[in-house]
Ligand binder design. Sequence first.
Ligand SMILES: C[S@@+](CC[C@H](N)C(=O)[O-])C[C@H]1O[C@@H](n2cnc3c(N)ncnc32)[C@H](O)[C@@H]1O
Length: 244
Amino acid sequence: MKLGKRLKQIASMVTAQYDHIWDCCCDHGLLGAALLAHNAAPNIHFVDIVPELMHQLENKLHQFYPKNTESNSRWQMHCMDAKALPLQKFNGKHLVIIAGVGGDLMTDLVREIYQKNPASDIDFLLCPVHHQFTLRQQLIQLDCSLLNEILIVENRRFYEILLVSTEPRPLAKINPIGSLIWQSTTPEQKKIASDYLKKTLDHYKRVQLSRQYDVQYIIDAYEAVAIAAEKTESASESRIQRKP
Ligand SMILES: C[S@@+](CC[C@H](N)C(=O)[O-])C[C@H]1O[C@@H](n2cnc3c(N)ncnc32)[C@H](O)[C@@H]1O
């Protein structure tokens, strides 16, 4: 099956060399299967908590990617809670991808995976549904650093996609409301950023009016955003470069 815009964008952000890529909360496994097809890493792991989904996916993978083919990538199934990802059992550099689940759950998953695998070299590629601010606060608390972040719209829904490293780097701090996502390279991207900013501000203003939570500090942060329309070259240069 063809990947949609969001999954295609996530797959395109896997550019570094990893020994293990973990497609967590993989559901149908589309993303992991695309990475497998492109030999994105020597080991692709599919993780989901629902056994039926995993059985169906395993059958398909056996059909399309038999384990005795010449493919450079191998695949493994893990039917489990992604919180308990056994990264320490596997040597090398890991990319943990979590997409398509709520930002609150994702925040818990990232914290647990990070804390349970202190010796592992991990990057996270994250695309939450809502609660991006909470997730960013957690990443900041864990002292993660930003490698890249992208804002896209698919089926009129906005998605922030963050690629972060667990290696702290003072010059690549994660901003609680995003940084690169507000730097447009095209008029189309500028419109996406403005629409997203308006939608996000409207949301937090409604929360503030409900008086259930005090989110004025979040509103203030988003109100200070100035959407920059940059020249293509300077914006692409501003993407944070990974260390070789
Ligand atoms: C909407 S699908 C996301 C599919 C795909 N990642 C995407 O972005 O399109 C969410 C999946 O997360 C799985 N899931 C939810 N909580 C999980 C957890 N704690 N550990 C592993 N999988 C989980 C569900 O079983 C479901 O298949």
